[in-house]
Design a protein around this ligand. Structure first.
Ligand SMILES: Nc1ncnc2c1ncn2[C@@H]1O[C@H](COP(=O)(O)OP(=O)(O)O)[C@@H](O)[C@H]1O
Ligand SMILES: [Mg+2]
Length: 273
């Protein structure tokens, strides 16, 4: 049984899609057969990586309205995720503010039939320093513990809208410390990418950005010195994200017997390059 990763927090702009992108790029570089399901209004990763690697499930306005009604279509939509989580090997990027509906579905639909206590699931919750994202992020981590008590929970502190050091004395910091000490929550950082080239690279695949040269950046319109400095920053950023994320991917593709989720299994990680 392979693991699954779910990336969620019902706030836009906290870095869910960027984190999912890092994970998919990391998996491709390590030759791991990760597939992504992207729930979004407009496709982002599907456009970059193509339908073989990323399936786009569109969240239209009609569809969002359906979610709130809890009618038949609502349950049918979510029922397909049970067998997908059981099979594993996928990452779900829950955009479009739909993760609340996933929890509503899971709470009454017997998620444990498919995933047991959830020990093969990893829930990653990106937050930025803004209060709303911290609140929905912490609430998300708490809801995960209810539907999948054995799941790994990862709080991803995204530094793109300010440093987390400014929150040291906050309610958030206290609750986080408690979760880390007593509830097995892991915290990783996603630093802001400060390279001047970053804005020009957001439409590129990170598994290709990692191999870009100064000439490539010059072709994208940067001066050679700016290209040189950008490469240093981007490579360091990609390296640090890769170091933080690879263990979760490796764990996900560690084969286990169904029903023996904790047994040590062989890893199918194969290094290319
Ligand atoms: N750590 C970061 N460094 C640089 N840019 C970031 C970072 N986090 C987010 N961004 C940018 O902010 C925007 C919103 O992020 P996105 O991943 O789309 O958020 P979400 O999927 O949660 O709505 C994107 O343009 C993304 O590239
Ligand atoms: Mg997104």
């Amino acid at each position: 049984m392979l693991g699954s990763i779910l990336v969620l927090n019902d706030r836009g702009g906290v870095g869910k899609t960027l984190l999912s992108h890092h994970l998919l790029a990391g998996a491709l570089l390590e030759a791991m057969p990760l597939r992504v399901v992207e729930y979004e209004v407009n496709e982002r990763l599907a456009r970059l990586f193509g339908p073989e690697l990323v399936e786009h499930r569109r969240i239209s306005q009609d569809f969002a309205n359906l979610m709130g009604t809890g009618g038949d279509g609502f349950f049918e939509f979510w029922d397909q995720i049970g067998p997908e989580l059981q099979r594993g090997g996928r990452l779900f990027d829950f955009g479009g503010n739909i993760s609340q509906w996933f929890f509503n579905w899971a709470e009454v639909s017997g998620l444990d039939y498919y995933v047991g206590d959830g020990s093969r699931l990893t829930f990653m919750v990106p937050v930025t320093v803004d209060l709303a994202s911290l609140q929905t992020g912490m609430a998300t981590l708490e809801r995960v513990a209810v539907i999948a008590p054995g799941a790994k929970r990862v709080l991803v502190e995204n530094g793109c809208s300010g440093p987390f050091s400014q929150l040291e004395e906050s309610h958030y910091a206290k609750r986080k410390a408690e979760m880390v000490e007593r509830e097995n929550v892991t915290v990783i950082g996603m630093p802001a990418c400060t390279a001047p080239a970053w804005a020009r690279l957001t439409g590129h695949r990170l598994d290709q950005v990692v191999a870009m040269t100064r000439d490539d950046l010059v072709k994208l319109g940067m001066s050679p010195p700016v290209a040189s400095r950008s490469l240093i920053v981007i490579h360091e950023w990609l390296r640090s994200m890769n170091m933080a994320l690879t263990p979760f991917l490796t764990d996900m593709f560690r084969a286990t017997q169904p029903g023996a989720a904790k047994a040590p299994g062989k890893t199918i990680k194969a290094k290319v390059n």
